[in-house]
Design a binder for this molecule. Structure first.
Ligand SMILES: NC(=O)c1ccc[n+]([C@@H]2O[C@H](COP(=O)([O-])OP(=O)(O)OC[C@H]3O[C@@H](n4cnc5c(N)ncnc54)[C@H](OP(=O)(O)O)[C@@H]3O)[C@@H](O)[C@H]2O)c1
Length: 236
């Protein structure tokens, strides 16, 4: 694991110049959760040459065998802690309110990249979404795994658009926050590899902004005009 981190570091000598290039080696990715998002991103990441290990509470289900077959490239399925233990990158594709107990079950995540796509959900009496956790779910994940590198990404749009960005009719952006520049480069390469546009929104302390994007996206469906987030890079 340490050698892989060193090689990655060398690949990431200049974060600015590599931010939007495909800097990733072949990685082992634990996809924890096999629902909508996990079963969309797993095959997409496998198509880039990465090995996907699905972490499931019940990895022997027929639907997971189908998912493993559909994913290909040496994919497999096992229990959640076993998948995390074997991976360099751990994706938390589970409901946000399952994360605390999940984190206590996943074992030692030191040195790994944790990709957090979760959207904390809380609906008030007026029917509007609001912040369910402070400062953010991603920062809690970082507290629970202080020696890991938490990156928040893939939370600002529906899974179907992520794997079919052409359906949006133009460039589809994925905002990313995290404190580890090297980890962000790697996540940016996954984003870019599957045809999306990575945008660095700063350190992890801005994760609440990304989680808030889900809140206003959802509330617009209740009180305003539904929209999707497709940021365009500013021209020179
Ligand atoms: N769906 C989207 O378009 C989308 C987009 C952006 C972000 N997100 C975020 O991504 C996360 C996953 O969303 P999703 O739509 O994929 O949800 P989902 O379809 O409900 O799937 C979640 C998966 O997590 C696992 N799981 C469920 N309860 C669990 C628990 N208590 N402990 C551990 N694992 C549990 C299950 O996999 P196993 O049965 O195999 O264990 C389940 O299939 C959510 O936090 C969501 O906010 C979703």
């Amino acid at each position: 694991m340490k050698l892989r981190r060193l090689v990655r570091k060398l690949l990431c000598l200049s974060v600015a110049s590599l931010m939007y290039t495909n800097a990733a080696m072949s990685e082992t990715i634990a996809m924890i959760g096999t629902g909508n998002l996990g079963s969309a991103l797993g095959p997409a990441f496998a198509s880039l040459g990465h090995e996907i290990i699905y972490g499931s509470r019940d990895p022997d289900r027929a639907e997971i065998r189908d998912l493993v077959a559909r994913t290909g490239n040496g994919a497999s399925a096992t229990g959640q802690p076993e998948a995390a233990a074997r991976a360099d990158i751990v994706v938390l594709a589970v409901p946000w309110n399952a994360i605390e107990s999940l984190m206590s079950n996943l074992g030692n995540l030191s040195g790994k990249i944790i990709l957090d796509p979760t959207n904390p959900r809380m609906v008030g009496e007026d029917g509007l979404r609001d912040f369910a956790v402070a400062p953010s779910n991603a920062e809690w994940v970082q507290r629970w795994a202080p020696e890991a590198s938490v990156v928040k990404a893939f939370n600002t749009m529906n899974w179907a658009t992520m794997i079919n960005p052409e359906s949006a009719g133009g460039s589809v952006s994925i905002p990313i926050v995290g404190d580890d520049a090297e980890a962000k480069v790697l996540v940016a390469s996954l984003v870019e590899g599957i045809g999306l546009h990575p945008m660095d929104f700063g350190p992890l302390r801005y994760a609440s902004v990304l989680e808030g994007m889900y809140i206003v996206w959802g509330n617009a469906r209740t009180v305003g005009t539904p929209f999707n987030y497709y940021f365009q890079p500013q021209g020179n």
